[in-house]
Design a binder for this molecule. Structure first.
Ligand code: NAD
Length: 247
C-alpha cells in the first residue's frame, strides 16, 4: 500500500489555513499544522481534519521565530517517521496604514511573519525534500503583491517578496523534482477581511469581475491542485484565485 503523504500548513487555526488543511485531508494526506496562539481554533482544525480521515500533528509555533520553525519540522519528522511531502506557507498578517504614518514596527512585524517566516519554513522543508528528491511547496502570496494597494506598502512588499522567493526556489529545486508555486488570493471572506469597513469592502467588490468575495475553500482547491500530481509539470508560477481582480 502506498504511504500516506504528510502536508505541513502554517497558520491554520482559522481562515484559509484551516480550509487548506481540511481539503488536503480530504485528498488523503496526513496533516501537520502550526498556529500562533489560538488553542481552540487549532482544536477545531484538528477535529475537522480527523473527521476527514487524517492523522494530525499540531504545533504551537510562531513562524517569525527561526528556531521555532526548525523545531517544528524536527518534531514532525520525529513523530511521523521522517516525511514531509507538502509545505504550505500560509501564516500571514496585515498592519495597514498610509506610508507617511506607518511605524517601523508595522513594517517589521509584517516582514517578519509574511516574508521571513516563509523563508524559515522553506529552508527547513527544502532540506528534507532535497534528500527525498520530491516535494510540493505552495506559498500563499496575494494579488496585492502583484498589483499593489494603497495603505498596504508593507504587506505588498512582503507578498511581492514571497513571489520572488517562489520563483528563485523553483529554479533551485527543479532538478530534484520539487515543485514550488504561489497562490495569490484576491478578496477572501476570512477574519482578515472581516476587519475591513463596509465601505472599503464595497469598494473592493467593485474591482472584482465576479462581483463577490471568494471563500477560503476556493483558495484551498487551488492549493490542493498544486499539492497533487495533477500539477507535476508546473513550477515557479503564481496562481491568482481572485474572481478576475488581476485581469
Ligand atoms: P487569518 O487572519 O484569518 O488567518 C491567519 C492565520 O495565520 C491564523 O491562523 C493566524 O494564527 C496565523 N498566524 C498569524 N501570525 C502567525 C505567526 N506569527 N505564526 C504562526 N501563525 C500565524 O487570515 P487569512 O485570510 O486566512 O489569510 C491566510 C493567508 O492568506 C495570509 O498569508 C494572508 O496574507 C493571505 N491572503 C488572504 C487574503 C484574504 O482576502 N483573506 C487575500 C490574499 C492573501
Amino acid at each position: 500500500m502506498e504511504r500516506r503523504k504528510t502536508a505541513l500548513v502554517t497558520g491554520a487555526s482559522r481562515g484559509i489555513g484551516r480550509a487548506v488543511c481540511v481539503r488536503l485531508a480530504q485528498k488523503g494526506m496526513d496533516i501537520a499544522f502550526t498556529y500562533r496562539s489560538d488553542d481552540n481554533g487549532a482544536a477545531e482544525t484538528r477535529r475537522l481534519c480527523e473527521e476527514a480521515g487524517a492523522k494530525v500533528y499540531a504545533y504551537r509555533a510562531d513562524v517569525s521565530d527561526s528556531a521555532a520553525c526548525r523545531e517544528t519540522v524536527r518534531a514532525l519528522l520525529a513523530e511521523n517517521g521522517g516525511h514531509l511531502d507538502v509545505l504550505v506557507n500560509n501564516a500571514g498578517i496585515t498592519k495597514d496604514g498610509l506610508l507617511v504614518r506607518m511605524k517601523d514596527e508595522d513594517l517589521d512585524r509584517v516582514l517578519d511573519i509574511n516574508l521571513k517566516g516563509t523563508f524559515y519554513m522553506l529552508r527547513e522543508a527544502a532540506a528534507v525534500m532535497l534528500k527525498a528528491r520530491s516535494g510540493k511547496i505552495i506559498n500563499i502570496s496575494s494579488v496585492v503583491g502583484i498589483s499593489g494597494n494603497a495603505g498596504q506598502v508593507n504587506y505588498a512588499a512582503s507578498k511581492a517578496g514571497v513571489i520572488g522567493m517562489t520563483k528563485s526556489l523553483a529554479k533551485e529545486l527543479a532538478s530534484r523534482h520539487i515543485n514550488v508555486n504561489a497562490v495569490a488570493p484576491g478578496m477572501i471572506a476570512t477574519d482578515m477581511t472581516a476587519a475591513m469597513s463596509e465601505t472599503a469592502k464595497e469598494a473592493a467588490k467593485g474591482m472584482i469581475p465576479f462581483g463577490q468575495m471568494g471563500l477560503p475553500e476556493q483558495v484551498a482547491d487551488a492549493v490542493a491542485f498544486l499539492a497533487g500530481e495533477e500539477s507535476s509539470y508546473i513550477t515557479g508560477q503564481v496562481l491568482c484565485v481572485d474572481g478576475g481582480m488581476t485581469i
